[in-house]
Ligand binder design. Structure first.
Ligand SMILES: Nc1ncnc2c1ncn2[C@@H]1O[C@H](COP(=O)(O)OP(=O)(O)OP(=O)(O)O)[C@@H](O)[C@H]1O
Length: 584
């Protein structure tokens, strides 16, 4: 066995922790069932030997019936337990995968196709269900049953047994290659199913764009191409599986015929009694069962191992939380805040922030600058979605990398650029991630961003469904609901990434007042292209090409920085005194 085969086998063994005793019990039951079947030919011989005496034949017949009934009861119990155990194993693996996924790093999730994650968690684990218990028990019990049957056959006629063993070994060799093909084909099929899910997931997420671009056919083709590749791999696997099965069946048939011919000759020559030949042939027929079980177990395990490989790849994604983090975080002091100290950061093969130093205290800080300058990345560093390459970012003087990540994030409220809504209803979306939703002033927060009248007009008020991904809500409403959620978190620091970009001027004015009010007691960082808010900022940071080009008040930058002035001129509201009242 190569390391590539041993690793998934070891992983599968790991999944069985906690259910191994049940499996051992099931194995015992299975062996009992096999033992019962093994005794049957002996009793059949007993029946044949007693045929001439009707009084004595009744006992072996009754024993035969008793064994058959006991076999059926055992079969029911073991089938049920096998299924239940398989479900438990799959549940455990799914929980573990979900845990891995939600606790992994942001960059891992953002760089990996979502559909593939979904497919591994859903469809690969379903495949595991067929492997987790039944084939494993068969793989352990069937060979034992086979050996026991062979041992009993040896007591009848060693020459005939030699023939049978030879045939079995030859069969195993003939099936080997086909079994590898079953595993490879299954892995390939699952790979394509993952890609198909990815294509569909992407298309359905941007469904309006797909419709408006008239690209339904393109997306359809992309998804059905992947479905077809999965089908082709599946057919290839089915072919290999059929080969494995037929080789087994042929082996059993050929063995039976050869033994029958040779055995009959031996009976004629007087080397073997008729009863012995019948018993040997019954064992031959009995052998068909464990051989079929081994064949099924081998093909199921080949498919299961392919699924385990893909599950393990997902389970090996890195966890976000390094162990060295200190906890708890120091208490927030009003004079504290965030500080970037000579920070440099780059994405793989793409240097971005260069020697950024910046102090963000209580008050409103606006991060402005051209697209791609690194503004969102600066917020990502504060949230520790990514970590600095050089320098450090501190909160209240403590390096963020020394803080417990969960504790750090509890102290931050963040609205990401697309302001997605999570939660089924308006209420759930507004209270998502709020630590004490019972006591949150939802009404007041909605009023502060001018959403209260909108909510009052909804058919079911706060309990109105927002639709998947919040599509039943307009862009501006979504952004304001996201701001409500951030405000209600009661965090020390508020981070807003383009959170007002879809608001009309009047609504924006109300929201900016709320944000400015919040900034009187908290550090608030706003990333924006719309400089209307900059007039009210305590400091505006102009970030260009990953460097801080200028820091100052809006009016200072207007006077002293040509690039900022050109941005502001294009955004008339930022220099129009009447756009909304200036900061008092
Ligand atoms: N996860 C990532 N992996 C690789 N490159 C990234 C990643 N995230 C952002 N970038 C790149 O880093 C640069 C800065 O991105 P960032 O989102 O920080 O800019 P920004 O100033 O917020 O831009 P915008 O104003 O357009 O939102 C961009 O060129 C972007 O392509």
């Amino acid at each position: 066995m190569t390391e590539n085969e041993i690793r998934p086998a070891r992983a599968l063994w790991g999944y069985l922790t906690g259910t191994r005793w049940i499996l051992a019990g099931l194995l015992a039951l299975e062996l009992l069932a096999h033992a019962a079947s093994l005794v049957e030919p002996l009793i059949a011989r007993w029946v044949l030997d007693e045929m001439e005496d009707p009084d004595r034949v009744l006992t072996p017949v009754l024993v035969l019936i008793g064994i058959a009934v006991a076999g059926l009861v055992l079969a029911w119990i073991s089938t049920f337990l096998l299924e239940r155990t398989a479900q438990r194993v799959v549940l455990k693996v799914r929980r573990n995968m979900v845990n891995k996924l939600v606790h992994t790093r942001v960059d891992v999730v953002e760089q990996h196709p979502t559909g593939d994650f979904l497919s591994r968690t859903g469809s690969d684990t379903t495949l595991l269900e067929d492997t987790a218990t039944g084939p494993l028990v068969s793989a352990a019990s069937a060979p034992l049953a086979l050996v026991a049957a062979l041992a009993l056959m040896a007591t009848i006629d060693p020459t005939l047994l030699g023939l049978v063993v030879l045939s079995l070994v030859a069969t195993g060799f003939a099936q080997r290659r086909a079994l590898y093909r079953v595993g490879d084909a299954s892995e390939e099929a699952q790979e394509h199913i993952g890609r198909m899910t990815g294509v569909l997931q992407r298309a359905l997420t941007a469904f309006r764009t797909v419709k408006a671009s008239g690209t339904e056919r393109y997306e359809e083709r992309a998804a059905s191409d992947e479905a077809e590749r999965a089908y082709r791999a599946g057919v290839c696997g089915a072919r290999a599986e059929a080969t494995v099965e037929v080789v087994s069946m042929a082996a059993v048939d050929i063995m039976f015929l050869v033994v029958l011919a040779l055995g009959a000759a031996k009976v004629v020559s007087g080397d073997l009694s008729l009863g012995d030949l019948v018993a040997f042939l019954l064992y031959m027929m009995y052998l068909a069962d464990p051989i079929e079980d081994i064949t099924h177990a081998a093909t199921s395990l080949a498919e299961g191992m392919a699924a385990v490989k893909r599950i393990e790849q997902l389970r090996s994604i890195p966890h976000e939380e390094p162990s060295h983090e200190r906890q708890p975080a120091p208490a927030f002091t009003p004079n504290g805040g965030i500080r970037f100290e000579n920070v440099s950061f780059g994405y793989p093969n793409r240097p971005l922030l260069r020697d950024v130093s910046l102090e963000i205290g209580v008050g409103l800080t606006v991060l402005a600058g051209p697209s791609g300058a690194g503004k969102t990345t600066m917020l990502s560093l504060v949230e520790r979605f990514v970590d600095v390459d050089r320098g450090r970012v501190t909160l209240d003087g403590v390096d963020l990398r020394e803080l417990n990540r969960a504790e750090l994030r509890r102290r931050l409220a963040y609205v990401q650029q697309e302001a997605p809504l999570l939660g089924d209803t308006v209420r759930a979306a507004a209270l998502y991630g709020v630590p004490d939703p019972e006591h949150a002033d939802l009404e007041g927060a909605l009023r502060s961003v001018a959403l209260h009248t909108w909510v009052a007009g909804l058919p079911r008020g706060l309990d109105t469904p927002v639709g998947e991904r919040g599509v039943a809500v307009s862009g501006g409403e979504r952004q304001r609901l996201a701001i409500v959620r951030a405000l209600l978190r009661g965090a020390d620091v508020l981070l807003l990434d383009e959170a007002t970009s879809q608001l009309d001027a009047v609504t924006e004015r109300t929201v900016l007042h709320t944000i400015s009010g919040h900034a009187r007691a908290h550090p608030v960082v706003v990333v924006t292209h719309r400089l209307s808010i900059a007039r009210h900022a305590d400091q505006v940071v102009l970030l260009v090409d990953g460097r801080v080009q200028a820091v100052g008040e809006h009016s200072e930058l207007l006077r002293g920085n040509a690039m900022y002035r050109s941005f502001a001129l294009l955004d008339k509201a930022s220099i129009d005194e009447n756009a909304f009242p200036a900061r008092s």
